[in-house]
Design a protein around this ligand. Structure first.
Ligand SMILES: O=C(O)CCC(=O)C(=O)O
Length: 472
């Protein structure tokens, strides 16, 4: 992989713009997290020993002494211990996502060890629950549509057999389907895509094996904030609601072998590197072929696109969403658009992906044989917003572990992203974007998951180009 290749996650933090969120708010009587302090709004009564001028970070203010916390509607079960590992595999920690203890920031005000046995037990329960509350999202951002609420409104499915058969007539039909899908959805399912099911299963298995490890093992390959690869959800700001997920970013460089050695020092997992490399090669090849179809669908000369495709490379992110006791109050991944040209996503047989269509969230029915393909912000700019990069998110469910494999195909960071002049001429438009490089874009994207392109737009965005986060 070229050193200057672009690598960034589609979603790394909850943006303070577009989908701006203040501190999470609570429904009446329910606990919520604000600036890392857990409040219990209903009938909270401080123990008599607590003076009104107690320091901010006391157990009382954390809510961990209050019997009300988390019991609203009975749906945050304080005794529930969200599994942090893949079904059937060992579950080393009672905390979500393999956290063996609450993050330090949430432990301020931890119980005094001199408290009585009875209260220690209660505090212990409350402490676990306080971690869970970090994953409770503000009401307006919670998913009204659950992971399996499918309707007749579905992203199109495109059969890519023509890529193998080379049948020109079939290809022409596929190009037309790709055009319609890109114009109307920005998303489609690809079947007969050429990536063997067996390989997808092998990569899924490797991801399961990795995420089932104890957190301290996973942290051995933690993502360096300045780097692109490794374990973690980089960029999540401490005051934001946390996504109910964890990720492992892999790129086609020496880091894969390094991770393999660190995670399996006795050489007992050869297939980690092999399956990754095999998958990366196939996904890159597929992404390049899909780009060809997309360029054909624009009916422009491919020359303008060549520099972006030349040296383009991919970042693979394994996403892990453990079962969640309160899926309707949490999100596996915040609404976001992808930074890159094209994403190839395998979501397996368990639903969770939701995309926006005409201002409404639509659950994407899973199809283990299909790959979900979507347009990223870079391609939106290259087409002067003819093809749009659509906000999407991941919701979680109560009982099943879900793993998805997201492959982000992107140009190098030095690339200047400019709309196709031929397309502008044909549509009698001028560019709606300022000139900018991928590097400049990524610097903005870090703090703004949605509407990142607004920053690079010459005119204020019209309604049809801006993507507000729709509440349900
Ligand atoms: O897991 C999913 O279905 C969505 C993943 C995603 O959007 C991403 O990785 O950027």
């Amino acid at each position: 992989m070229a050193e200057s290749a672009t690598f960034m996650s589609g979603a790394t933090s909850f943006s303070s713009q577009g989908n701006s969120t203040a501190s999470p708010r609570a429904e009446p009587g329910e606990a919520f997290v604000s600036d890392q302090i857990v409040f219990t709004p209903r009938s909270y009564s401080a123990p008599s020993s607590t003076s009104p001028s107690s320091p901010s970070f006391s157990p009382q203010k954390m809510g961990i002494l209050s019997p009300q916390i988390g019991t609203t509607s009975g749906d945050l079960d304080i005794n529930s211990t969200p599994p942090c590992s893949v079904a059937g595999m060992r579950s080393p920690s009672p905390f979500p996502l393999g956290l063996d203890s609450p993050p330090a920031s949430r432990l301020r005000g931890s119980p005094d060890p001199s408290t009585t046995d009875r209260s220690i037990k209660t505090l212990e329960q409350k402490r676990k629950e306080a971690v869970s509350l970090a994953y409770v999202w503000p009401t307006e951002h919670r998913p009204a549509i659950q992971h399996d609420e499918f309707t007749d409104i579905e992203i199109p499915t495109i059969d890519l057999t023509c890529l193998i058969s080379k049948d020109p007539v079939a290809r022409k039909q596929v190009v037309a389907q790709v055009r319609a899908a890109c114009l109307n959805w920005g998303f489609f399912h690809a079947v007969n895509h050429g990536i063997p099911h067996e390989l997808l299963e092998r990569v899924q298995k490797q991801a399961q094996r990795f995420f089932a490890m104890p957190k301290e093992e996973k942290l051995k390959v933690e993502r360096d904030p300045k780097g692109y690869t490794g374990y973690g959800n980089a960029g999540v700001k401490p005051t934001d609601s946390q996504p109910w997920s964890e990720g492992f970013y892999l790129a086609n460089d020496s880091s894969v072998d390094k991770y393999s050695q660190v995670l399996w020092p006795h050489g007992d997992n050869e297939d980690f590197g092999n399956s990754y490399r095999e998958y990366n090669e196939k996904a890159e090849n597929l992404a390049a072929q899909l780009m060809d179809l997309i360029i054909e669908s624009l009916e422009v000369n491919a020359d303008h696109f060549q520099p972006y495709l030349h040296n383009a490379s991919g970042l693979l992110r394994w996403n892990h969403y453990p079962p969640c006791p309160q899926p309707h109050k949490s999100l596996g991944m915040a609404p976001h658009t992808d930074f890159n040209m094209l994403t190839v996503l395998h979501q397996g047989d368990i639903g969770g992906l939701q995309v926006q269509k005409d201002g409404k969230w639509v659950a994407v029915r899973p199809n283990g044989d299909a790959l979900a393909i979507n347009i990223g912000d870079t391609l939106q700019v290259l087409t002067n917003a003819l093809y749009k990069s659509i906000p999407h998110r991941a919701v979680v469910n109560r009982t099943q572990t879900r793993i998805s494999l997201a492959y982000f195909y992107a140009p190098t960071t030095k690339s200047e992203i400019v709309p196709s002049p031929e397309l502008l001429e044909r549509t009698n438009q001028s560019s709606i974007y300022k000139r900018f490089t991928m590097e400049e874009y990524l610097a903005v994207k870090k703090g703004q998951l949605l509407n990142t392109l607004q920053h690079f737009t010459l005119e204020p965005l019209t309604q049809s180009l801006a993507f507000p986060v729709h509440t349900e």
